[in-house]
Design a protein around this ligand. Structure first.
Ligand code: DX5
Ligand code: ZN
Length: 230
């Protein structure tokens, strides 16, 4: 396939935390396809952001698709609260507990799309038995916890998951160090949802939202000649 269907999901971890509503409206007006929301608990990852009450507050500002990435353990006690807060997709890490299969079932049962995430040290095989329960596989290209980290090459893992997915309608998302240099590599390998924090928010602000638009277009332009091996 050609790459017209690639989605760009800015991570609001790189937004102004005092002005999330305006930041979300700005990135959507500037061409974001999804809004990526990083929930961190200071335990599963060494950083703490916000939880379901904040996600609920973001909801009215999101007109596209609210993609909530849970970097928390345990996950299950938070699922109903995230559904009530209005998450469209809820992504849990395979490393977050022993019962990811049950967790994915519970996410769908609560009415959301289900995503399953793998840290860089976790092999592709960890999701093989989960694909029929997942709408998306998130291949982390940094160790989760912070924005602005250096991209770790996970293209072999992405290819192997794309092969395992076959004809099923399952997104492969990548998250961490994605910019106009790294986006073509992961898209060629089979990724179709690109999370980008630093590369979208760099040099922009709600007062200069056109910079967000330039940054998003630069990532899209980098994909112009990429063909996915599917
Ligand atoms: C990292 C988060 C990412 C992060 C990406 O743990 O899950 O979503 O915001 O940031 P950049 O694009 O700056 O690497
Ligand atoms: Zn994320």
């Amino acid at each position: 396939m050609t790459c017209t269907g690639i989605k760009i999901a800015p991570s609001i971890l790189s937004a102004d935390f005092a002005d999330f509503g305006a930041e979300i409206r700005a990135i959507e007006a500037q061409g974001a396809d999804w809004v990526h929301v990083d929930v961190m608990d200071g335990h599963f990852v060494p950083n703490l952001t916000f939880g379901p009450p904040a996600v609920r507050a973001f909801r009215p500002h999101v007109t596209t698709f609210m993609d909530v990435h849970l970097m928390i353990a345990p996950v299950d006690p938070c699922i109903d609260a995230c559904a009530g807060a209005g998450a469209d997709m809820l992504t849990a890490h395979v490393e977050a507990g022993p019962h990811i299969h049950r967790t994915l079932q519970a996410i769908r049962a609560a009415g959301m799309k289900a995503g399953v995430a793998l840290n860089p040290g976790t092999p592709a095989e960890a999701v093989t038995e989960l694909l029929d329960l997942a709408d998306m596989v998130l291949v982390m290209t940094v160790n989760p916890g912070f924005g602005g980290q250096k991209f770790i090459d996970m293209t072999a893992k992405i290819r192997s998951i794309r092969d395992a997915i076959g004809d099923r309608e399952i997104y492969i998302q990548v998250d961490g160090g994605i910019d106009s240099e790294t986006a073509p590599l992961v898209v060629a390998a089979g990724a179709d949802v690109l999370v980008a924090g630093t590369a979208v928010f760099r040099d922009g602000s709600v007062a200069r939202p056109e910079i967000y638009g330039q940054n998003i277009r630069a990532i899209r332009a980098s994909l112009k000649d990429i063909r996915q091996a599917r």
